[in-house]
Design a protein around this ligand. Sequence first.
Ligand SMILES: C[S@@+](CC[C@H](N)C(=O)[O-])C[C@H]1O[C@@H](n2cnc3c(N)ncnc32)[C@H](O)[C@@H]1O
Length: 248
Amino acid sequence: MSQNRRDSAKAKTRKAKTQGRDRAEADGRNARVKPKRVYKPKDRFTPKRVNKRTMKEVKKNVKGLAFGKRSHVSVVKMIAEGLRAVGQLSVYLELGTAKGACFNQVAPLADVAIAVDHDPDKYEYVYQNKNLVWHASTTKEFLKRYRGDPFDLVFVDAGHEFESSWYDFQHVAPLVRSNGIILLHDTYPPNENFLHPDLSGDTWKTAWKIRQELSNKYEIVTLPFYFGISIVRKCRKQLEWHENEEAK
Ligand SMILES: C[S@@+](CC[C@H](N)C(=O)[O-])C[C@H]1O[C@@H](n2cnc3c(N)ncnc32)[C@H](O)[C@@H]1O
């Protein structure tokens, strides 16, 4: 084949590919093309790995309790649906989104959904949410800088050491609207293996401390499954309508 014929064959293939892409875009087939990443991490991030043996041991002990389809996600989603049903879910925040198992279920229910994870690679798991605001930063940096609307629902699930989860709770609570809800994960580890910092850690102490020291400002109930989910309501009065009556 002469050089000229080879060039024209190549040009034809290129044209066919471009037309195919245009057609696919026109009928929406390419709608899930990944947008460009908006964040460039300054430091290299090395995720912590869970020790395989620990994980195996944990799974053996809680078989069917919190893995796969049955997990904390169903509870977070149910609460989000409840808030939405009464028109009280505008801004959702998740601290520690990982692979978006929970975030991607809840985000579509809110008007604005904010994802925070210090691992910038996690963006690719949540990018498809149209109302997404993505922050590749530590929870500390995010909470210091946040100046937006108050949160209606927050899911705290980032660092699992007590210091970290207590910090997150203390600093996110003032940014939550009155009667808004904060969910804390991993507050009821089902056995000692879960105290591993890559699993539940000692986050349970945060729920305990809220109950012991802050019961005048927060209602708290801990569900003893799926590693423990604490539902915290920021309240001034026992019932929301008492506050409304007072304001009249
Ligand atoms: C247990 S996973 C979150 C799981 C997720 N919420 C879900 O339900 O599928 C914890 C995530 O928090 C992130 N993380 C841990 N410490 C953090 C911190 N201090 N700031 C921001 N993200 C953090 C980790 O990168 C990880 O992706």
